[in-house]
Design a protein around this ligand. Structure first.
Ligand SMILES: [Zn+2]
Length: 339
């Protein structure tokens, strides 16, 4: 409250806000920690995955007990946030954000004041961009890989959107090699601080007319720079953007479908959710006759052979680890869960 630009009115605005955080990996963890401590009144956490040992190096809301239990990230982060600041409301949603469910999930707790991109996959990022532009809600984007990171804030109507800057997912090269390049935890910390600062600026209305910029850095060379995006914000430039210029929401409409997704990290594949839910208890019972299985209220984990693991959620979504390709992942899914 002492800081210029925040004060009592700003702190009240922060408490009244609802920030929807999509992805609770490295970026989501760091931002959620800061937003919880800043007193953001309502936090929605949407994440589809469970905690693994290798996450602990950079995913700061989780601990060894979480990795041991394989707890869903949304659930573990909600518990941790409640222990940081019990005055705020946290809504954990263990789910994959898809064109079909995105608006229902993001609006589940309340209309979001700000959308926060903590994801590691391109389709979800472009889906979020479509929703932000369509609904006129600010989106705080961040990305990190190896020792490099970037951050950009999208204020629909006044700054360029993600597709103005990177028209196609493939143009956003910093995201493509997460698995092979690794991520330095310290680089994550820089991006999440930039993202958290951007969220708070939006919530308190600090410098609303600041020109659009993209900040990027590389800790290998020590270079930090802020690129002005004002040229892209010009009306004649924006008119050429499929998303914010022409209002064609290709990712939200499902036109750009993704099918099976390769997850970031250690050769994992995801089979998307289905229309109908499955009974995890029945599945665990069936599978137990043919393969080692572990079950809890959130998922059934099947270990068909050493090093291969199939985690099935109630919405029939599954994450398969330890297989060589998409076909093998799909085959295992069909074998244990059914086509
Ligand atoms: Zn645009």
């Amino acid at each position: 409250m002492i800081l210029p630009g925040i004060g009592e009115a700003g702190q009240r605005a922060i408490a009244a806000a609802h920030v929807a955080v999509v992805g609770c990996g490295a970026l989501g963890c760091g931002v959620l920690d800061q937003l919880a401590r800043a007193g953001v009144g309502t936090l929605t956490v949407i994440d589809r995955d469970v905690i693994e040992w290798s996450n602990l190096q950079r995913q700061t809301l989780f601990d060894q007990a979480d990795a041991e239990a394989g707890t869903p990230k949304a659930i573990a982060s909600a518990k941790r946030i409640a222990s940081i600041n019990s005055n705020i409301r946290v809504v954990p949603l263990v789910s994959d954000l898809t064109p079909e469910n995105a608006e229902a999930l993001l609006w589940h707790a309340a209309t979001p004041t700000v959308l926060l991109d903590g994801t590691d996959n391109l389709h979800t990022r472009y889906l979020l961009n479509d929703i932000a532009v369509k609904q006129g809600i600010p989106l705080v984007y961040g990305g990190v890989i190896a020792r490099r990171g970037m951050q950009m804030t999208i204020r629909p109507g006044s700054t360029p959107c993600l597709r103005c800057v990177f028209p196609e997912p493939g143009d956003n090269a910093e995201l493509e090699t997460c698995e092979t390049a690794g991520v330095l935890g310290a680089a994550v910390g820089i991006v999440t601080s930039l993202q958290a600062a951007a969220v708070i600026d939006l919530l308190v209305g600090w410098q609303p007319d600041r020109p659009a910029t993209l900040t990027e850095f590389d800790l290998e060379t020590g270079r930090f720079r802020t690129i002005g995006l004002s040229a892209l914000a010009a009306p004649e430039q924006r008119a050429g953007c499929i998303c914010c210029g022409q209002q064609r929401y290709e990712f939200l409409s499902g036109l750009r479908s993704r099918g099976t997704v390769t997850l970031c990290g250690r050769g994992a594949f995801q089979i998307p959710a289905r229309e109908s839910r499955i009974d995890l208890g029945v599945l665990a019972g069936n599978v137990a006759r043919v393969a080692p299985v572990r079950a809890n209220e959130f998922f059934v984990r099947i270990t068909p052979r050493n090093g291969v693991e199939l985690t099935v959620f109630a919405d029939a979504r599954a994450v398969i680890r330890g297989v060589a390709n998409e076909g093998e992942a799909r085959a295992l899914y069909d074998r244990f869960v059914g086509a």
